[in-house]
Design a binder for this molecule. Structure first.
Ligand code: AMP
Ligand code: GLY
Length: 422
């Protein structure tokens, strides 16, 4: 099979690596990919949001199956477009992608179906904001309705800040949003729970916890994710049943009733408070960097799994996991998530030893004049597997030290809540 992967991050390199290991795969094409996928696939540097042009390339290279990594093409309807053009594709349709593409849509669906989530109000103007503030306690969370590249959520400790932030959004700070969701803050522990979904069934596809803040001890501004580990020990069997019965099943049923069943990866973003799950967000894709810790633990052929989903045969698919734990630490460009330089040479990379337990997934990298250079804020994902996460973390940090990239920084405390010091 010729397989096309849409996207260019660490998530897509991890997918590409697993797909490369499958005996079903003939050739892989990445749109646009990065310097990591370049080693095992053909990178095609085109605008992935220009669907018509993308279709030309898919036909030219005789691509049998397309796997969509990031949210933007999904929310903009790439799956519907490719289906119409008879190209097999793995991912949710445009309507179902509103679970991530519109927070107002997601919250309304929760309310209609009694799904546990933070109390909220969808506000279209400042008057509605003031009304909700009057009745609520601080902190409050302001969320831009549409996609905002991870920058649309602010946790506000003062009412004045709620008013300021919501005003900025109403004035057009994010092109995708003219309304906001204002919601109560839930104090708890976050966890990400992943599923594969086809028309008739769904299956567990790993759990993880990531670290969104840039600084150690979870301080400083939010990022795309500084590191993660899998599995998430907070998710036990009892909690899993609650997640499935109270959150997942009613959501999938609601989409089915609309005639728009979900298909693809589903990322359930949770806050766990007193052993009760609350839905914080849905993402209609794998997480990044969560994908980079979940996929190394997958033993079953990923292409077999994905084709089963595409053909609505997931019910019979057996998915086997490695018992080992995994962790990834993201090496970032200095300055991220603020301003940072691109195009800095990464000299020692090709000398580093990788093996069946130690991987490096590329994110913001490219080949320039035949050499590896940085091309983004999150640059490389160092990932290891083992039985003890403290040892795993030590191993990763040693690898990063060996690379000795002067323009980089990383968090040394990934997993601090569960990694024992001794
Ligand atoms: P979201 O994009 O909705 O996932 O929000 C980004 C991050 O903000 C989440 O990963 C949480 O850490 C935090 N967050 C969002 N909503 C809430 C909430 N209602 N209570 C507490 N934290 C929240
Ligand atoms: N790691 C968070 C996300 O992928 O949205």
């Amino acid at each position: 099979m010729n397989i096309g992967i849409i996207g260019s991050g660490g998530r897509e390199h991890a997918l590409c690596q697993k797909i490369f290991e499958s005996s079903i795969t003939k050739k892989i094409f990445c749109f646009p990919g990065n310097a990591g996928t370049y080693e095992i696939a053909k990178n095609i540097d085109i605008d992935i949001l220009n669907f018509k042009n993308l279709l030309k390339y898919l036909k030219f290279y005789k691509i049998d199956l397309v796997i969509v990594g990031p949210e933007e093409p999904l929310v903009k309807g790439l799956v519907d477009f490719l289906n119409k053009n008879k190209i097999k594709v793995f991912g949710p349709n445009r309507y179902a992608s509103k679970l991530e593409g519109s927070k107002a849509f997601m919250k309304s669906l929760c309310k209609k179906n009694n799904i546990p989530t933070a109390n909220f109000k969808i506000c279209k103007n400042q008057r509605q904001v003031l009304e909700f503030i009057k009745k609520s306690e601080l902190p409050l969370v302001v969320k831009a309705d549409g996609l905002a590249a991870g920058k649309g959520v602010t946790i506000c400790k003062a009412k004045k800040q709620v008013i300021e932030i919501s005003n900025e959004i109403f004035k057009g700070k994010f092109k995708s949003s003219n309304k906001i969701v204002l919601e109560e803050f839930i104090e708890g522990e976050e966890a990400s729970y992943f599923l594969l979904v086809d028309k008739d069934s769904f299956k567990f596809f790993g759990s993880a916890q990531d670290h969104k803040r840039v600084g150690e001890n979870d301080t400083g501004p939010n990022t795309g994710g500084m590191g993660a580990y899998s599995p998430a020990p907070i998710i036990n069997q009892k909690l899993e049943l609650k997640i499935i019965n109270r959150i997942v099943k009613p959501t999938l049923k609601a989409l089915k009733l609309k005639g728009k069943p979900y298909k693809g990866f589903l990322y359930v973003g949770l806050m766990i408070k007193n052993n009760e799950p609350f839905l914080i967000e849905y993402n209609v894709r794998m997480g990044d960097p969560e994908c980079q810790v979940i996929l190394p633990r997958l033993k079953t052929d990923i292409v077999k799994i994905i084709t089963d989903v595409v053909n609505n045969k997931l019910k019979k698919t057996k998915i086997v996991w490695n018992k080992k734990k995994s962790m990834t630490i993201v090496l970032c460009s200095k300055g991220y998530p603020g301003k940072y330089k691109k195009g800095i040479y990464i000299n020692n990379y090709y000398n580093l030893k990788k093996d069946e337990n130690n991987f490096i997934y590329h994110a913001g990298t490219k080949i320039f004049n035949g050499k590896l250079v940085s091309n983004g804020g999150r640059v490389l994902n160092f990932t290891s597997m083992g039985n003890n996460l403290l040892q795993v973390r030590k191993k990763i940090i040693n690898m990063i030290k060996e690379l000795n990239w002067k323009n980089g920084f990383y968090r040394k405390d990934i997993g601090w809540k569960i990694v024992k010091k001794k």
